[in-house]
Design a protein around this ligand. Sequence first.
Ligand SMILES: Nc1nc2c(ncn2[C@@H]2O[C@H](COP(=O)(O)OP(=O)(O)OP(=O)(O)O)[C@@H](O)[C@H]2O)c(=O)[nH]1
Ligand SMILES: [Mg+2]
Length: 243
Amino acid sequence: MKAYTVAFAGNPNTGKSTLFNLLTGMRQHTGNWAGKTVITAEGTFTHNGREYRAVDLPGTYSLYSNSADEEAARDYIIFEKPDVTLVVLDATSLERNLNLALQVLEITGRAVICINLIDEARRLGIDINLKAISERLGVPVIAISARNRTGIKELLDQVERVADGTFAVEPLRIQYSEEIERGIAELLPLVEQAVGGDYPARWIALRLLDGDESLLASLRKASLGIRVSFPKEVSGHGATACH
Ligand SMILES: Nc1nc2c(ncn2[C@@H]2O[C@H](COP(=O)(O)OP(=O)(O)OP(=O)(O)O)[C@@H](O)[C@H]2O)c(=O)[nH]1
Ligand SMILES: [Mg+2]
């Protein structure tokens, strides 16, 4: 049986490495300051008799191309195509953290949302409606405390269901302004032709509209060349940001 690959994505300091260490028995550095994980770490664990390869991605606030960390996390999800991307969120600042979850869902529906630090949220009196978030996002949403080791079995059960297709994901698709949607519609056939069906064409079209040169460079490196050049005034970030 082939091992499933699970990539851990999330904002800095949301407990990705704490969860990674708990599952793999490894000792990735953890700490309470941002940017601890700079090198992607790999380990393995088993659940229900199945082997999983865990990949701890650097913490990022987005998957645009603002830093080497963001490019590394983005490229891993796009090109390595993990069976499941586990998006680890901080339960005490969900609104900010959900931005990254939405971006991951634009790239892949094979995702599970892991709301970590639920112990801290409870202490602060924060009540989270997991069912409502799951229905809205179209993927499983589980609350855990990596520090207290609670919710881990439920989390891995859902990871398994997404990996083996038992959970039929329906990732939320963000509807942008008419102008942006028109741009996507124009670009989409060209992107699909260039990259084929294995890559997230809508996300790539969106990033091209935003002038994301770094993504283009990564596509070229993967021999998925798209012949586009950006006029200077178009280049930049933010036009399609979902925040
Ligand atoms: N209260 C509480 N603290 C946690 C929990 N999980 C992790 N932490 C703490 O949160 C801090 C950050 O944890 P890390 O695992 O280093 O976070 P990370 O997401 O890997 O951080 P980066 O590598 O910077 O992206 C550490 O001090 C952890 O002990 C949890 O479930 N509850
Ligand atoms: Mg880390």
